[in-house]
Design a protein around this ligand. Sequence first.
Ligand code: FE
Length: 146
Amino acid sequence: MYKYRKFGDRYVLSIDNHEEIVSAIKAFCEEKHITIGTVSGIGAVSEATLRFLDPAIKNYVDGVFTEQMEISNLIGNISTKDGELYLHIHATFGRRDYTCIGGHLMSAVLNGACELVVEDFGKGTVGRKFDPETGLNLYDFSVTEA
Ligand code: FE
């Protein structure tokens, strides 16, 4: 599913071609017991599902894009919610015509390469709690243990 090498608190991570990226990042964090940290990287995909939160209706709108695109930027954070790993990842994708689309990354199928850096902040975590006002799972700093 992926290959990696560790450098201090960081991992250089290469996801295998044709894998689903979000699932692979999740599997990697679970394997390494990472409960607080960040992920960033670049790559290329053949399809992606992006999510947009419409604050007016406090509801998510998902868009599915089935085309070859560059991951011009992927950035996210690693935390927990109710004791479970919680990934919050945003991504920008470059299209063939050099325009970009972006949003909250739900899933994407790698087609080419996906080169990431995952940073593990160490023991503990920051939890999350649903916030009715925004409709978001916001950081909850009262949670310290994974
Ligand atoms: Fe988001």
